[in-house]
Design a protein. Structure first.
Length: 179
């Protein structure tokens, strides 16, 4: 009996991973306007995508969360060849976050401070499920979160690790256990 239960659990786990890996979300292709856009630091293309959203007028401001405390806006603008004027008017650098969970907490504070009702989350496609889950937990249901992933080509190891983090955090959040 226990062997059957373990077999079913393992099969569900494997099917869940397969579904997670083959259904990575795609970038938003239609014009979607939100109050703000949030970009956790990490994989390439995230910040550039967020800046493009602001430049098109699809968001008022952008938060880059999880920035190293020593980085200055002008330095970041120069590093990614972005207009410094855009950073001066419309980009905030969050320097408190160190992981996905604290990215969500930092973002929630920023959203509340600006009294935003909607925010676009820009992160890697393989990271979107967990980042959105953490952000939804930090914001509650009063703020609309639009998922806008940057397409990537994650390897098996990265996907496997991310899937396990997603499962563990999902269980923790659903059971109320705060690790």
């Amino acid at each position: 009996m226990i062997g059957r239960i373990a077999s079913v659990a393992l099969l569900l786990y494997a099917l869940g991973f397969a579904l997670f890996a083959v259904t990575l979300p795609q970038p938003v292709t239609n014009r979607t306007v939100t109050d703000g856009v949030v970009v956790p630091t990490g994989a390439p293309g995230r910040i550039e995508r967020g800046l493009a959203i602001v430049q098109r007028g699809e968001a008022k401001r952008m938060l880059v969360t999880g920035v190293d405390p020593d980085v200055r806006p002008g330095e970041l603008a120069a590093a990614i060849d972005a207009p410094r004027r855009l950073f001066r008017c419309c980009v905030d650098l969050g320097k408190e976050a160190v992981d996905t969970r604290s990215n969500a907490d930092e973002t929630a504070q920023w959203v509340r401070r600006h009294r935003y009702r909607s925010v676009r989350l820009v992160t890697s496609n393989w990271h979107m499920a967990r980042a959105a889950m953490e952000l939804r937990n930090a914001l509650g249901n009063s703020v609309t979160v639009v998922r806008d992933p940057v397409a990537g080509s994650p390897g098996f190891g990265l996907l496997f690790g991310e899937y396990n983090k997603y499962l563990v955090r999902g269980i923790v959040l659903r059971t109320g256990i705060d690790l």
